[in-house]
Design a protein around this ligand. Structure first.
Ligand code: ADP
Ligand code: MG
Length: 666
């Protein structure tokens, strides 16, 4: 239906609607309100000037009408007695319609805006009779040119004229006793009471979530069509290898390895996220996965976000798999060394390749890449898989992430991924004791003496200063100021050395300082947040974080994961003069899942983990945080539905098409 066919839409209005992305009658009714203004009977004492109000009362004086602009416009005024007080009512351009009905003693309800100074109300609407219910007004995203009220009026006129398509299968509508879609749409544009509005909203939100989950489930199923590598690996060999490790695996590590093994030997391609808190032991799981892949005669690659981390993985994996040919590929290498490494990869002599981004760069050709693992997945863009696909290879993929993802996010963001979680920490590891301090003299003395105690015990300390985005100069100033203060504080102990790492340093310089810290030649390492993720300095038992209010909770939790890496008692001091309530969460729990759920609650959806929500998740009504229970239902229902006969019917065709389209894009 064209906009022009709708009464009240002239060319100008049509243009304004177009600017809001509305081109047809269908677009109009699909233009849902983004919120509602709920106007309850108002208590006049609570009113501020300009407040929206709804009151009822009896008319005390006959209306007086003033005409202007040659009778085109008019203003009608009268007094109303609400029982508590008497007020003047003004209403524009209604004289011709309701003046005759406004008799003294008539009971009416007035909706409008209160003008405190003049004790008057400018009414937007007058209804006859006393208030029986609240008034709910839809509010639409609007523009300077066309306001929400006007949009609302136009939509109300359109409601009966456009056919509404229903995307929820019959069986499910019956299961939840959902109202008709058509009725639901009418209600959300023209709500009469909260109860029916809520039911209508639930119905429409469910539809959005159901469609979304259906798409994901469909994708998931269609990907599982034997596109993986077929492998034969004897699990006995895997357990034999696990026996040789210096520690016993935790239950969750064991379970994750089984998940991965099953994925690898199945005909379907693996697309799995291994998530687990900092220090939960994901790396060894990755190594075992690489070993399984090796046993099935494929090359495997492990990609780390930084060189120093790649180096660490390289050193560690060589220790536990000494008989394999493992190579390290970095961005910066001597030309000859690089050439040789690339050759080994191309000829298939290299069994396992550890590296940075360099792994997916153009000059690398793999002989037979079977498995790619990315460590700290959230630090990369989401699209490495795309890069590999462009190379014409389609290996099994394992992502690892230490940023714990609350189940809500896991479910949506990684919806077409399988997930293994490591929730238990390796034995012997103690929670990091976290305290919150301010800048009083007492507090400063407290953390300085803690630092001294730790150093006297032979341990090391991280001191972290936040990045101030606006100015790198301030960053450096912060770092050097901290250095100066600490030097002053520990000047009686010249043996304790202080090192600095900051963003402006060259990678080689950073690596050098980091190595000195690792070798305990430096006792206190001051840094901006460039502390390399995942690097193990077991002897570090204390971290002090300056201006910690500048960090997100998850980031702070990540940072403190740098300490407490063995069975020593360890400490994290959060310094902050602001927002201590938010930071309190960290003093109470060491569980990354809890922390990130808290973070999630505080910050709402969106860009929490540096990965923007996919466009698919921009629901019009639903909100993955508030409507989580509904999302779970939709997830289950859609998984079941997809296997049913009903799914083959026409109405869900668009889901299949959309799903296929979006999967081609990644
Ligand atoms: P992350 O999950 O943060 O990557 P790592 O894999 O770096 O954690 O593991 C942290 C430390 O714990 C490493 O030194 C590793 O050797 C050790 N570790 C891993 N698994 C176990 C285990 N089951 N028992 C004891 N120590 C373990
Ligand atoms: Mg790690």
């Amino acid at each position: 239906m064209q906009l022009g066919e709708i009464k009240g839409i002239g060319l100008t209005t049509e243009k304004y609607l177009n600017e809001l992305g509305i081109y047809t009658g269908e677009d109009l009714i699909n233009y849902y309100p983004f919120r509602y203004e709920i106007i309850e009977k108002t208590n006049i004492d609570d009113l501020k000037d300009g407040d929206k109000i709804i009151i009822d009362g009896t008319i005390e004086s006959l209306p007086n009408v003033i005409y202007f602009r040659g009778k085109n416009k008019n203003k009608m005024s009268f007094t109303l007695n609400t029982g508590d007080f008497i007020t003047k009512i003004d209403i524009f351009n209604r004289a011709n319609y309701i003046k005759d009905k406004l008799l003294i003693g008539t009971q009416i309800t007035v909706i409008g805006k209160y003008d405190r100074k003049h004790n008057s109300i400018t009414a937007s609407d007058i209804k006859f009779g006393l208030i029986e219910k609240t008034v709910i007004e839809p509010v639409y995203h609007s523009s300077f040119k066309i306001n929400s009220t006007k949009i609302s009026k136009i939509i109300k006129k359109t409601l009966d004229k456009v056919k509404v398509l229903d995307y929820i299968p019959k069986s499910i509508c019956e299961k939840y006793n959902f109202m008709d879609k058509e009725r639901a749409v009418k209600i959300i544009h023209n709500p009469q009471d909260k109860r029916s509005l809520n039911k209508a909203l639930e119905r429409l939100k469910y539809e959005e979530l159901f469609n979304f989950m259906l798409k994901i489930n469909y994708l998931k199923n269609s990907k599982k069509q034997g596109d993986g590598l077929e492998r034969k690996v004897d699990y006995k060999k895997v357990t034999d290898f696990i026996e040789t490790l210096p520690f016993e695996l935790t239950k969750d590590q064991d379970k994750s390895i089984q998940d991965i093994y099953n994925d690898l030997i199945s005909k379907n391609r693996m697309n799995r996220l291994l998530q687990g808190d900092v220090g939960s032991g994901k790396t060894v799981v990755a190594f075992i996965a690489l070993y399984i892949n090796y046993l099935s005669k494929y090359q495997g690659a492990l990609m780390a976000p930084t060189e120093i981390l790649a180096q660490q993985h390289f050193n560690n994996i060589k220790k536990i798999l000494p008989s394999l040919n493992i190579v390290l590929l970095k961005g910066k290498m001597k030309a000859k060394e690089k050439r040789e490494t690339l050759e080994q990869i191309e000829k298939g002599q290299a069994n396992i390749i550890i590296g940075t981004h360099a792994l997916i760069s153009e000059d690398v050709t793999y002989k037979n890449l079977g498995l790619v693992i990315t460590d700290e997945q959230h630090r990369f863009g989401v699209n490495q898989r795309g890069n590999l696909k462009n190379k014409g290879i389609n290996p099994d993929i394992l992502y690892m992430s230490a940023t714990p993802i609350p189940r809500t996010y896991a479910l949506t963001l990684y919806g077409d991924m399988d997930i293994s979680s490591i929730k238990t920490m390796p034995n012997g590891r103690k929670p990091v004791e976290t305290i919150l301090l301010g800048s009083s003299k007492e507090d400063i003395n407290k953390y300085l003496s803690m630092m001294l105690r730790e150093m006297k015990n032979g341990h090391q300390i991280y001191a972290v200063a936040p990045l101030v985005e606006e100015s790198e100069k301030i960053d450096l100033k912060n770092v050097y100021e901290i250095e100066e203060n600490l030097k002053k504080a520990f000047k009686k102990f010249p043996d304790y050395k202080i090192g600095i790492i900051h963003g402006k340093m060259k990678p080689e310089e950073k690596d050098k300082v980091m190595k000195e810290f690792k070798d305990n030649k430096i006792q206190i390492l001051i840094s901006t947040t460039v502390i390399e993720v995942g690097v193990d300095v077991e002897n570090a038992t204390m971290m002090i974080i300056y201006d910690s209010f500048r960090f997100g909770l998850s980031a702070l939790h990540q940072l403190r994961g740098r300490v407490g890496r063995n069975d020593l008692d360890s400490y994290c001091v959060l310094l902050s003069d602001k927002e201590t309530k938010r930071l309190d969460v960290l003093t109470k729990t060491n569980d990354g899942f809890k922390v990130s759920e808290e973070d999630f609650k505080l910050r709402g959806g969106g860009d929490i983990f540096g990965i923007r929500q996919s466009g698919d998740m921009n629901f019009k009504l639903a909100d993955i945080k508030n409507d989580f229970e509904l999302l779970l239902k939709a997830k289950e229902d859609s998984a079941r539905f997809i296997k049913s006969q009903e799914f083959e019917e026409d109405i869900n065709k668009h889901i299949k098409e959309e799903a296929l389209n979006s999967s081609n894009q990644d």
